[in-house]
Design a protein around this ligand. Structure first.
Ligand SMILES: C[S@@+](CC[C@H](N)C(=O)[O-])C[C@H]1O[C@@H](n2cnc3c(N)ncnc32)[C@H](O)[C@@H]1O
Length: 390
């Protein structure tokens, strides 16, 4: 038998709560000769059971119902579902904290964040000490802060010595160039890489070219390949981010960007780069797009993970018009353009695979190659030649 103070201490409740429970009929005391209340072991056990039900999220009334009458299965089932959801959320939060401590991969979390709150995701990465360049590479390439450095070192190793970092060819670059009436003036190339298109543009026009990339190594490769030629006099390189370019308004007649605008988002790029163009200036950009309505599940899943914002040509056409551009020409990059990119890359991967390189970057690039082999044609690169309206 327990005195009220003893029972209160044993169950961690106040005297007044016990008196309230008694009023509700959950427990009942007997009066001793000295008028003190006496509670039984049964009372103690009923309170313990009530506390367990309450911890499961049942209200006091629902707990009493459970204890006093037949269980309301429907109510309990719906409560069970809520509890299961809460446990799942807690598990996710636990996994996130563990992965933030480097105990597991953060890939899924980065992907979810990037889909739901891309700007906040980039802000957060920068708060963790990553530069803008690293944050964008994290978003598009490594997708995991815990593996970023090793992943990028391996990634760079794979692309070392390759000239083209994206899909393209002399023919496609010239086809776009021939769609505009200008051959001289100022041209800004954004995300020029190692200069695959820069050199073609320099050779076939009299433009003063500013080639911009945020990677010094890429720009060094470009400078090296122009060192001994006359082209170097009409070419300037700038290491800066496409998100914040150090130019005056209306400085360029043409902006050229093959396979790079996606990095900051094609529409955002078209919107913000527009102010750098002179009135009536031209914008040439290419992007990966869905070209067929027949899409295999494997390709959809792959691109959902790797380019979730991938649009169709028609979607691009609609938005481009709304952004104040007129479409002068648009065409799909040729198979040759794809081969120029894929063939040297495949050879390099084969070479590395025979060595001991077991990097995640290599696995990811190989996976992308397989997707291209199987499904290229359901998607492709589309080149857009645009003129500023008005
Ligand atoms: C897919 S590659 C295309 C390169 C080149 N246009 C070609 O076709 O070979 C993308 C390029 O954009 C550059 N890049 C990535 N983020 C950038 C940024 N924030 N600002 C400027 N360039 C960036 C990369 O260094 C890389 O050279």
């Amino acid at each position: 038998m327990y005195l009220i103070s003893e029972l209160a201490q044993k169950v961690g409740l106040s005297r007044s709560t016990l008196l309230y429970y008694e009023k509700l009929g959950l427990i009942s005391s007997e009066r001793k000769a000295n008028q003190y209340r006496d509670y039984s072991e049964r009372d103690f056990q009923r309170i313990k059971l009530l506390q367990q039900l309450q911890a499961g999220g049942l209200t006091l009334n629902e707990c009493l119902e459970c204890l006093e009458s037949r269980i309301n299965r429907e109510k309990l089932q719906s409560r069970l579902k809520v509890l299961d959801d809460e446990i799942l959320q807690k598990q996710k939060s636990r996994d996130l904290l563990a992965s933030m401590l480097g105990m597991s991969s953060m890939k899924e979390w980065h992907q979810a964040m990037d889909e739901q709150a891309p700007e906040a995701h980039l802000d957060w990465l920068e708060k963790q000490g990553f530069s803008e360049k690293q944050s964008l590479r994290l978003k598009w390439l490594s997708k995991d802060i815990n593996e970023h450095d090793q992943y990028m070192a391996d990634f760079e190793h794979v692309f070392e010595g390759l000239n083209r970092l994206g899909v393209g060819s002399v023919e496609d670059t010239l086809k776009a160039l021939q769609s505009i009436p200008l051959r001289k003036g100022t041209l800004l190339e954004v995300g020029c890489g190692r200069g695959a298109s820069t050199l073609i543009l320099a050779k076939h026009s009299q433009f003063e070219i500013t080639a911009l990339d945020n990677d010094e190594y890429n720009l060094c490769c470009l400078k090296e390949s122009t060192e001994a030629s006359l082209i170097k006099h009409k070419l300037k390189t700038i290491c800066a981010s496409m998100t914040n370019m150090p130019f005056d308004k209306m400085q360029f007649d043409v902006i050229w960007s093959e396979g790079s605008a996606y990095i900051m988002g094609v529409y955002k790029a078209l919107e913000s780069w527009k102010s750098l163009l002179k009135p009536g200036g031209y914008m040439i950009m290419s992007d990966l797009v869905w070209v067929s309505s027949e899409r295999s599940l494997e390709a959809i899943e792959f691109w959902h993970e790797n380019y979730p914002n991938m649009k169709t040509v028609q979607q691009h056409k609609n938005t481009i018009e709304k952004l104040g551009y007129k479409i002068v020409n648009t065409f799909q990059s040729s198979l040759k353009s794809w081969n120029n990119y894929l063939t040297p890359l495949t050879k390099k991967i084969e070479m590395l695979s025979t060595t001991t390189v077991k990097s995640k970057a290599l696995i990811d690039i190989k996976k992308e190659m397989i997707i291209h082999q199987k499904y290229l044609g359901q998607y492709g690169y589309q080149v857009f030649v645009l003129k500023i309206r008005g």
